[in-house]
Design a protein around this ligand. Structure first.
Ligand code: TRP
Length: 342
């Protein structure tokens, strides 16, 4: 074996907020791909509870969702023997580095973030928390603590990854080489699943309307209802299309493509003899149910006993804290903090 084979595997870090209900979009665009790639990378997957408190929330729901999201990571195939799964707040270095980075973050960078503009517009101006503005700085801390080389994120997080890179560069420039500059890893397929009730909007896990999304824990009956109600157009041709008028049918086809892994030609040929969109919807619902069934079965198994998840999360946090702690110690030294006597 050559020496280079002992170089460390490239490191990846990503996270999901424990809010709302994870959707098929989260699975196809994130969890499924994380699980598939976990062998190639040294992976850290975080449940970002500290991010979930940047908009109004219910503490009891936060606690329940934190376990739920961790269990869904596992049920989606992320293997805790290979990857580190942990809860962000269990590793205090995240909050600590976020504060340090806040002090070198120009406010102008934060006011420019589209997510801040969108989310703050939904609240009374006077009640928007400082944490919502500083959200990207905490995300930068998540990533930089692990010296991550790559960060799998959706398109909507691209800007936050840019700020992370800018902050890493700024820190390295001010205090000396400290952080790895991470690259974005934008998922290929399934990342653009649209809402069933509005194909012009991205499918969201925090949308309250009933037939907006298929959630990972939805019953087969609910899945069927949601897909059969999906907004389409008045035509009947079942073909992939970039025409905004036909976004609903295109979304169903892209979903079918991501779920079955079949090529577009094969899919279009398959539906050529369909009598209308109803046939397409029935088949999409069927493959969705088939995909969710084993995930839900594993989820039920894993959550039979909370202690099982909590033990895994404790192990994950210990492993994460080792890596994060080493980076934080280096940051303290670089920034000129007096070392506390042991
Ligand atoms: N902001 C991300 C989102 O809403 C979640 C997140 C927090 C994250 N910290 C991260 C994603 C670090 C990747 C890496 O999707």
């Amino acid at each position: 074996m050559s020496d280079s084979s002992f170089q460390r595997r490239k490191r990846v870090l990503s996270g999901v907020q424990p809010s709302g209900n994870l959707t098929i979009g989260n699975y196809l665009g994130a969890l499924k791909q994380w699980a598939r790639e976990q062998h190639r990378f040294e992976s850290f997957f975080c449940v970002v509870d500290l991010h979930a408190i940047t908009t109004p929330y219910d503490p009891a729901v936060l606690r329940a969702k934190t376990r739920e999201v961790a269990a869904l990571y596992l049920a989606s195939g992320i293997d805790p023997a290979i990857s580190t799964i942990f809860v962000q707040s269990h590793v205090p270095a995240h909050s600590e580095l976020a504060w340090l980075l806040n002090c070198i973050t120009p406010l102008g960078w934060l006011y420019r973030m589209t997510q801040f503009k969108d989310k703050s517009a939904k609240q009374q101006a006077e009640s928007v928390g400082a944490g919502l503005l500083a959200y990207p700085v905490l995300m930068a801390a998540d990533i930089l603590l692990y010296q991550a080389d790559a960060v799998p994120v959706g398109d909507d997080q691209r800007q936050h990854l840019e700020i992370t890179r800018d902050l890493a560069q700024r820190f390295n420039h001010l205090f000396g080489e400290t952080f790895t500059i991470p690259e974005a890893m934008i998922p290929l397929a399934g990342a653009r699943i649209r809402a069933f009730d509005d194909p012009t909007a991205k499918m969201s896990k925090s949308e309250a309307s009933e037939y907006h999304a298929v959630h990972l824990l939805d019953s087969p009956d609910k899945v069927k209802k949601t897909v059969l109600r999906a907004v389409t157009d008045s035509g009947r041709e079942i073909a992939f299309s970039g025409d905004p008028e036909r976004a609903g049918v295109n979304n169903l086809l892209e979903l079918y493509e991501a779920l079955t892994g079949q090529s577009r030609d094969v899919i279009e040929a398959h539906f050529a003899s369909a009598r209308g969109y109803g046939d397409l919807k029935k088949e999409v619902a069927a493959v969705l149910i088939e995909t969710l069934e084993p995930i839900q079965a594993r989820y039920r198994e894993l959550t039979r006993d909370d202690a099982y998840i909590d033990d895994l999360l404790a192990e994950g946090a210990a492993r994460a804290a080792e890596v994060a702690g080493a980076t934080l110690a280096l940051v303290h030294e670089r920034m000129g903090f007096l070392k506390a006597r042991a």
